[in-house]
Design a protein around this ligand. Structure first.
Ligand code: ADP
Length: 551
């Protein structure tokens, strides 16, 4: 600003100075020129008179230094010159003022020296004898005058520069001071230049607009955060430079970050090569997915480019927790593999026996043994298929009819059904407790009691004991059997899991009994507790939730 003011002030002062100088110089120059010309004319009159009367003697008697007097004959040769030797001078006939004087009686002329520094005025008059008397005087040209004044002009210009500088600095300061004091937060409350009113009004309007937009933005941000923070999926929005624009609550937990990560590079919360590659793909405009482990859980990361006008403006990273899904998927795969295996074993046995009989390789005495094996294996198959059907029904979670079921009655039924199996192994079953009513599915409650009791007999010792106790919304089956080693206790409820495969098979076990118990208990919202000591026995309790008594 100072520079601009300086330039303007200096230019104005310079122009004014130049104009004044030209005008005054022009005026004075023409005034003095005219004055001198009229003097010249008067002097010429006098000189002409003198020459007419006294001839050359008059001229020689004159002592003038201001003017130059030249007397020229009618043929142009110089008779007398006050400054030079007349004989040495060239013919003057072709001079304009001489020509004019010869033809009209008077003549005048002006000539500028070759250096432009001098102007000479000539005035000529025809004398009665046909000669011409010429008077001339020389004066400095305007140019020479200016040259003479150059020092003064230079000083004046330097002064103008200094003054303009000082003035512009002061002016700029005085103009800027009130501008610096402007309260732009309250533009209309300023007492300042009138000229600034439109600007201040515009600033105020823009303030209002910005406030409104900020409020709107804040509202949207809050809405966005409320929505994304309630998502169970992790969501991270990245800018084109890889910086985090937004990270929701779920994502902060997955990446072990907090909300201060916003604005920082994604690398500050995750440096893994897999994630960087995934984001790199998305940045190049391609959608990609990976499955990754974090904090002992499995996540699926989906990265999609955010496109605007065909250009990638950022990336949206969504993280889904697929731990349960993966687990179920694995269990399903294992289950299918196990089912096929479990079905194949008895079938191979049946086919082997049948083939031997078919080919007449079985002696008549051995025939009953082979037929009995086929029957046992076929029964095993049926039991297995029944168990699988029961489990898949439980898996599907289909609604089954519920009723008030007396758990003690169910326990008695199961003990009754297993009495011959118990008798075979000389195991004593004892059912005790109070009538406990559970609002549930009778068949499933029976399955619980039956499977627990069956295992307690199967994995018992000869002459062992089994006690079924019903009390306080729970059923407990205790045996004096072989027990379950501690390292297997957490796994016996898995499908097809057996501590001792051969023993389980020998006793006709499918490996699904405890799985069915677990699912049936889950169906009723019941908990299972297992206590077992090798060679001492096992105690399994199924605890049902507190029942609203409805008899
Ligand atoms: P199975 O059909 O083999 O009995 P289960 O699912 O009922 O299958 O039981 C799984 C495994 O748990 C059994 O193979 C057995 O090794 C063990 N188990 C179950 N109940 C008992 C128990 N009462 N005493 C000792 N081991 C048991």
């Amino acid at each position: 600003m100072t520079k601009k003011i300086f330039r303007s002030t200096f230019l104005v002062s310079f122009i004014v100075f130049l104009a004044c100088m030209i005008l005054s110089l022009g005026f004075l120059y023409s005034y003095f020129s005219e004055l001198q010309q009229s003097q010249l004319s008067a002097e010429l009159q006098l000189a002409a008179q003198g020459v007419e009367n006294n001839g050359i003697g008059f001229l020689e008697g004159l002592h003038i230094s201001d003017y130059r007097i030249t007397w020229i004959s009618s043929d142009g040769s110089v008779i007398y010159d006050s400054m030079a030797d007349a004989d040495q001078m060239e013919n003057h006939l072709n001079r304009q003022e001489v020509q004019d004087a010869l033809s009209t009686g008077t003549g005048s002329g002006v000539r500028t020296s070759t250096t432009l520094s001098e102007r000479t005025y000539y005035l000529a008059q025809l004398l009665s004898d046909g000669t011409v008397l010429r008077l001339s005087y020389s004066t400095d040209s305007v140019f020479a005058l200016l040259l003479g004044m150059s020092y003064a002009i230079a000083i004046i210009i330097i002064l103008a520069v200094i003054l303009s500088l000082l003035l512009s600095k002061r002016l700029a300061k005085r103009i800027i001071q009130p501008l610096n004091k402007l309260d732009l937060d309250n533009p209309l409350e300023n007492d300042t230049y009138e000229e600034l009113s439109p600007l201040l009004t515009r600033i105020m309007h823009q303030h209002r607009q910005i406030d409104e937009q900020l409020e709107e933005l804040h509202k949207r941000q809050t809405e966005f955060s409320a929505v994304t923070d309630n998502m169970s999926e992790g969501l991270v929005l990245l800018g084109a430079d890889g910086s985090i624009l937004s990270i929701n609550h779920a994502a902060t937990e997955i990446f072990g970050a907090d909300s201060s990560a916003v604005g920082k590079d994604m690398l500050t919360i995750d440096r893994s090569r897999q994630v960087q590659e995934l984001l790199g793909h998305a940045m190049s405009g391609k959608h990609s997915e990976i499955i990754i482990s974090r904090n002992g859980r499995e996540y699926q990361f989906n990265a999609s480019p955010i496109l605007s006008e065909g250009k990638v403006n950022g990336v949206a990273l969504l993280a889904f927790d697929i731990t349960e899904k993966e687990l179920m998927e694995r269990q399903r795969r294992e289950f299918s593999a196990n089912v096929s295996h479990e079905l194949k074993t008895p079938l191979h046995s049946i086919m082997g026996s049948a083939e031997l009989i078919e080919n007449g390789l079985v002696k008549a005495d051995d025939m009953p043994r082979f037929i009995s094996r086929i029957r046992t294996e076929a029964t095993r198959l049926v039991t297995l298929i029944d168990d699988i059907i029961r489990l898949s029904q439980l898996d599907e979670g289909t609604e089954m009819p519920k009723e008030q079921v007396d758990l003690l009655a169910v326990a008695n039924e199961a003990a009754e059904a297993l009495s011959s199996a118990a008798a075979d192994r000389h195991v004593e079953i004892n059912v005790s407790g109070t009538h406990t009513y559970i609002y549930g599915v009778r068949r499933l409650l029976y399955e619980i009691a039956y499977n627990l009791c069956e295992n307690a007999i199967k994995y018992n010792k000869e002459g062992g004991k089994v006690s079924i106790e019903v009390s306080n919304n729970s059923i407990t089956v205790t045996d004096t059997g072989i027990g379950i080693p501690p390292e297997h206790q957490s796994r016996v409820f898995e499908r097809f899991y057996r501590v001792d495969k051969s023993h389980s098979r020998e006793t006709g076990g499918t490996g699904l009994g405890l799985s069915i118990v677990k699912h049936a208990a889950l169906y009723h919202g019941a908990d299972i507790k297992l206590e077992s000591h090798v060679d001492q026995g096992t105690k399994i309790t199924v605890i049902f939730p507190e029942q609203k008594v409805e008899k």
